[in-house]
Structures are given as C-alpha cells and as structure tokens.
Design a protein around this ligand. Structure first.
Ligand code: HEC
Ligand code: HEC
Length: 428
C-alpha cells in the first residue's frame, strides 16, 4: 500500500509533560520529560517503572561510559529537530530498555506499540513511501540477539544505534564516544530473570506437565520437514534465537526474535499483527501445516508462557534509586569532560536537569519547600555549566561541574529527611 503524503502529522503527536509548571517557571529549564502515549492525561509521578536486570560491563573501566550511555539514551538532544522539539529519545520508545506498548503517533502508527520508522515525519530522506508499521522491540538481552532491526539488516548494536540516530530520527552523526557509550549501556540490558529455565534454556524440574509436553512439541520436527522445528529457529540454549533471518509467512524476511521475556511484549511479529502468543502459534500451525490439536496448542502455550515469563519487569521508584541514577549521570558527564566532547556533555546536562525536574515533582508539599529549593540550586549550577559548554569554556565548566558534584553529594541525606509524604514507592 502506498501511503498518501502525510499532512500536519505533527498535530497528531500526542505528548504530555510530567513536570508541572512550577519547576519550569522557577528555572529556564530544557523541555520537560515527555510521556508518549495514546491519551494526553496528567500523569502523577509513577511509583514503579519498567526494569530489566543489568549485567555490569566485563571491563569495570567501561562502567562510567555505560552510565554516560544510560544518560544519552534519554537525550532527545542526540536526535533531529522534530524529535528534539517533541522530547523524543530512545527512552520514549524503549522505556528503561524495554518496549512501550502505549506508544502511538497518529498517521505513523498502525496500532499502539510501534510506528513506521521509515515514514517522512522525523526524516524526509528516510521515507520509503510505504506504510510499514514496526512493533517496538524490547532491548532485553541485546548483547545476544544480533543481527538488529526487525529485518536483521544491521550486524552490530553500533550499526543499528547509528542508524536510529541518523537515518530514522535525523540526528547529527554521533561522536565515537556517544556511540560507544550507548552500545555499552544497551549491552548491559539483560533478559528478565526466569526461574522456569536452567542455564541451557531447559525447563526446570518443577515445571508443569503441560509446559513439559509443550517443550517436547517445541523440539518436534515439522511434518515432512525433518530439519525444521520451533527449536531449530529458536534454540533454547541460544536464548531462543538462531540469530538468522527467515521468511515464516509474515510478509517478508525477518530476524528470529528471542522468546525470553516475550510474555511482556505483546503484540507479536515485526508489525505487531499477532495480538497474543496464541495467534503466533495459530500462524505457525497454518503456515507449516502442523495440524496441532487443541491440547497440543494448549501445551505449546503453557511452554511459551514459561519461557517468556520470568520475574516482573518493574521496580519501585525510590529516592535512593533516583539519586543513584543522578550520580551515574554525573559520572557519565565526567567522561564527556575528559573527552572534551561538548555536545555529549551538553546532552547529559540537559538530561540531568530534566531528572531534577522529575525529582522536584516528587516533593509537592509546602513542607518540602527546602527540598525543592535544593533541587533548583542544582539545576541552576547545571544551567551555568551548559552556558559554559556553549562556548567550550572548559575551565569555568569544570568549576561548575565540581560545584554541582559537591552539592549533589549532600542531596541524599538532605532529601531523605523530607521523604515523608514525598511521592516515592513505600520502603520495602
Ligand atoms: C519512535 C520510537 C523509537 C525511538 C525514538 C527509538 N527506537 Fe529503537 N526501535 C524502534 C522500532 C520501531 C524498532 C524496530 C525497527 C526496525 O525494525 O527497523 C527499533 C529497533 C531498535 C533496535 C534493534 C533491536 C533488535 O533486537 O533488533 C535497537 C538496538 C534500538 N532500536 C535502539 C534504539 C536506540 C539506541 C535509540 C535512540 C538513539 C532508539 N532505538 C530510538 C523504535 C524506536
Ligand atoms: C524458520 C524459522 C522459524 C521457525 C520454524 C519458527 N519460528 Fe518463530 N519466529 C521466526 C521468525 C523469523 C519470527 C519473526 C517473524 C516476524 O517478525 O514477522 C518468529 C516469531 C515468533 C514469535 C513472536 C515473537 C515476537 O516477539 O514477536 C513467537 C512467539 C514464535 N516465533 C514462536 C514459534 C513457535 C512456537 C514455533 C513452532 C511452532 C516457531 N516460532 C517456529 C522464526 C521461526
């Protein structure tokens, strides 16, 4: 299907801020964080957030650069004009590295959870003139799921990340430091912990009888195609992906996705055409003439549920967690300073200021006035730092950074006194 020339698509971009007017009014702040979703509603600060387990980098020296990548993952500043203006960052679509089932842009999304990334909205040069919605993948286990992109055309995470920034969202060519940092961050994102499986991807002894029968069906050769089985393309010992591209009758050649963590990533297939796992099984049954009986389908679903499940992918939002992230961003900022990468440093400053704004929103009571003042002081220091970076005045910038770090170090115990009635998840 050819797409008609989109008109006034920007009007269809639904964004809503989570930062109230007060922080922005007190300080000349960068654009507030944006929540991308179907309905524009006032969202109170969330008490939980999606979370994936993180694997520390193999080389401890990489930790600070991974922290830099974590900050840049939230930086619309890396992307082109429209993305920047509308506060779109990697994080908007891959929330904390997962997917975003609510993501929707009218005219560009065929259904919630994805969009046509080769439309002309963000980058005219990227427009392929075809309506091809792509479901946003979770980046869980990204280190182990090459190649990248639904069509598997990008051999490395660095290739895809550059493609996302430059081709899809019209950003400037990222510096080698920015790219490396983003890759290190993404490589940390692990699959959800899954106690149903052992290290080789086999069901553990306690699994249900139905799931066990499903496991056998998963490995059973297809009728008349002895080489082919679910497990041939989704090998359990290899995170359930053969890391190859196949045409499985979904309208083209696509990268085999891992099935780990899939319970939380509906809808399925490259364009989200399958609303649930049962629809994917029905598809394979039809496409390969498997002739599955009702009981066999149920067993296969029990198995896929065990494989795709795992520990809940959310964590409570705590003051300690928020402060630890601000610390990591400051660590990342120092990396950008050492590399004298002003654009990257400025992006991290903008991200940190938005984080301070979100933190500010968590201290809404009159009794929190001093806490808010402290956060405003920090934001002002970062604003001065940003101004120094504009002219690459590195010495004054370094002074501001030192002042910020000293202030930030005192923030924890200070805010902690004020934590009662602040908007955080109850202490566990
Ligand atoms: C507007 C939503 C959106 C934004 C913003 C976005 N992505 Fe994605 N991402 C997607 C979609 C949709 C796909 C599937 C695209 C495809 O197949 O070409 C994808 C695919 C990916 C993949 C491939 C995953 C795999 O297993 O194949 C990676 C890696 C990735 N994105 C990283 C990033 C990074 C890094 C950024 C920020 C620089 C980013 N994305 C920004 C929507 C987005
Ligand atoms: C020839 C290789 C191949 C075989 C055989 C195969 N798959 Fe897949 N599977 C794929 C590919 C490729 C995709 C992605 C298709 C797309 O994106 O349109 C996929 C997608 C899926 C998905 C959706 C995952 C997601 O996140 O979107 C599920 C679930 C799945 N397969 C389960 C199975 C089951 C169960 C069987 C056996 C009945 C099976 N597969 C057989 C290659 C295969």
């Amino acid at each position: 299907m050819r797409r008609p020339v989109p008109r006034a698509l920007f009007a269809g971009v639904v964004a809503c801020t989570v930062v109230g007017a007060s922080y922005a009014a007190e300080i000349d702040s960068p654009p507030p964080p944006v929540v991308w979703q179907l309905e524009s509603t006032a969202v109170p600060p969330a008490l939980t957030r999606p979370a994936l387990p993180r694997r520390p980098p193999a080389d401890p020296d990489d930790a600070a650069r991974a922290a830099l990548g974590e900050a840049l993952f939230r930086a619309p500043e890396l992307l082109g004009t429209l993305a920047r203006r509308s506060g779109l960052s990697c994080q908007a679509c891959h929330i904390e590295g997962t997917n975003n089932p609510q993501f929707f842009i009218r005219g560009l999304s065929a259904r919630p959870g994805g969009l046509d990334v080769t439309g002309r909205l963000f980058n005219r040069r990227a427009d392929d003139g075809i309506v091809n919605h792509r479901d946003i993948p979770s980046l869980a286990g990204a280190a182990a799921t090459a190649p990248y992109g639904r069509a598997g055309k990008f051999p490395t995470l660095a290739d895809f990340t550059r493609h996302a920034i430059v081709d899809e969202f019209d950003g400037e060519e990222p510096s080698p430091l920015a790219l490396e940092a983003l890759v290190l961050f993404q490589r940390q994102l692990d699959f959800p912990v899954n106690r149903n499986l052992d290290g080789a991807g086999r069901l553990v002894a306690g699994a249900s009888a139905a799931a066990k029968r499903g496991e056998a069906l998963f490995a059973r050769p297809f009728p008349g195609r002895p080489q082919l089985s679910c497990a041939a393309c989704h090998p359990p010992a290899q995170a359930f992906t053969d890391r190859r591209r196949h045409d499985v009758g979904t309208g083209g050649v696509f990268d085999t996705p891992s099935l780990l963590g899939a319970a939380a990533t509906a809808p399925y297939f490259h364009d989200g055409r399958a609303a649930n796992v049962a629809a994917t099984v029905a598809h394979f049954d039809r496409h390969y003439g498997l002739g599955l009986g009702e009981a066999e389908r149920a067993d296969l679903l029990a198995y896929l549920g065990a494989v795709g499940g795992g520990d809940a992918r959310t964590e409570p939002v705590t003051l300690a967690g928020e402060l630890a992230r601000l610390d990591r961003f400051a660590e990342g900022l120092e990396v950008a300073f050492r590399a004298r990468d002003a654009a990257v440093a400025a992006a991290v400053v903008a991200v940190s200021r938005r984080e301070l704004g979100t933190l500010y929103e968590r201290f809404p009571e009159p009794t929190h006035e001093t806490a808010r003042a402290r956060l405003i002081t920090l934001s002002r220091l970062l604003q001065e730092l940003a101004t120094a970076l504009e002219t690459e005045a590195w010495n004054p910038a370094a002074e501001r950074l030192a002042a910020y770090s000293a202030e930030a170090a005192m923030l924890g115990p200070f805010l902690d006194q004020d934590r009662s009635s602040a908007r955080f998840a109850p202490a566990r």
